[in-house]
Design a binder for this molecule. Structure first.
Ligand SMILES: Cc1cc2nc3c(=O)[nH]c(=O)nc-3n(C[C@H](O)[C@H](O)[C@H](O)COP(=O)(O)OP(=O)(O)OC[C@H]3O[C@@H](n4cnc5c(N)ncnc54)[C@H](O)[C@@H]3O)c2cc1C
Ligand code: FES
Length: 279
């Protein structure tokens, strides 16, 4: 394995969620909020997309990874001193960051890792940012302190009520939209049904809403077609045209179906039973 992308530190921040700091100077130099990297933990592994959460002038980058399958399991098992076989990036278009006014960032689960750099950049641009962070329970809420330290007002919603308000992020968003005078823009990242529900909630209020989409990706360069998503009836590639799109134009049903297409094969891969790529 190459030593080009050494792991500097690895820390479990919630059950099944790990924060890795890696040495990747070229990505650190060129990255802007909203961009991601395609990583491959070892030479036998597949390539997967992961958001770059932050970078440091020392040439390191931070990834926050939720273990959901074979590749993320491998990444989450890494420790300081290990190294990734490949890391390509930064990829995708950076987030549009401007002075919008009042912005609400809605994130579910590991979506908080996608939302943090965007929220931080929006605050730096002079926006008033409220972040709604949701999870099943208190121990699964991630990056709330970091989001607060970035200058956001943070509202936590847990499904079991063990932290913050009890309910889904969309419940918190609904309350906030009913209460606040003006919300100029909403940004959302997380599970597909959650982003679809956020889009429905803001559509009613006519608020521009940007969703960071998470389709299956392979090459991340617009060549394989794996990440195609339907936006306003047209096919777009999330890796080069996104990953962020107008949430009101996204066909979330097709996105959910495409992401589930390999579920059985992925379950085999996780058990180590399958080493071939499906035709
Ligand atoms: C631009 C982008 C940025 C992302 N950033 C992050 C991040 O910062 N942290 C993080 O933990 N994850 C992130 N993801 C999701 C991550 O890429 C997937 O979880 C990963 O590819 C799963 O690989 P696996 O081999 O471990 O699991 P697999 O065995 O491939 O899949 C396991 C399960 O996860 C589902 N899945 C597969 N790919 C995705 C996907 N892209 N999105 C959602 N579910 C998926 C499968 O349907 C299956 O149910 C991002 C995805 C995209 C497109
Ligand atoms: S990942 Fe291959 S076209 Fe986008």
């Amino acid at each position: 394995m190459s030593n080009e992308f050494p792991v500097l530190s690895a820390e479990t921040i919630a059950p099944g969620i790990v924060r890795l700091r890696l040495q990747a100077p070229r990505v650190a130099r060129h990255w802007r909020p909203g961009q991601f990297a395609i990583v491959r933990p070892d030479e036998d592994g597949e390539r997967i997309p992961l958001t770059v959460v932050e970078t440091d002038p020392d040439g390191s980058i931070v990834l926050v990874i939720q273990a959901v399958g074979a590749t993320t399991d491998r990444l989450c098992a890494m420790v300081a001193g290990d190294a990734l076989a490949d890391l390509a990036g930064p990829l995708g278009s950076p987030t549009e960051v401007d002075h919008f006014g009042g912005v609400v960032v809605v994130a579910g689960g590991v979506g908080a890792a996608v939302a943090l750099p965007v929220a931080r950049a929006l605050v730096e641009e002079g926006n008033e940012v409220t972040a709604i962070l949701g999870a099943r329970s208190a121990d699964r809420v991630i990056l709330a302190a970091e989001t607060k330290a970035a200058g956001c007002r943070v509202i936590v919603a847990t499904e079991d009520g063990s932290l913050g308000i009890q309910g889904m992020v969309t419940d918190a968003l609904g309350d906030l939209l009913a209460r606040e005078g003006r919300v100029d823009r909403v940004f959302t990242a997380g599970p597909i049904p959650m982003m679809a529900a956020v889009a429905e909630a803001t559509r009613r209020h006519g608020i521009t809403t940007i969703a960071s989409l998470n389709p299956i990706m392979v090459d991340g360069t617009g060549m394989c077609g794996g990440c195609r998503v339907r936006i306003s009836g047209e096919m777009r590639f999330a890796c080069v045209d996104g990953p962020e799109f107008d949430a009101h134009a996204v066909d979330f049903d097709t996105l959910a179906r495409r992401n589930a297409a390999y579920a059985a094969w992925e379950a085999d891969a996780r058990r180590g039973a399958c080493r071939e790529v499906p035709a």
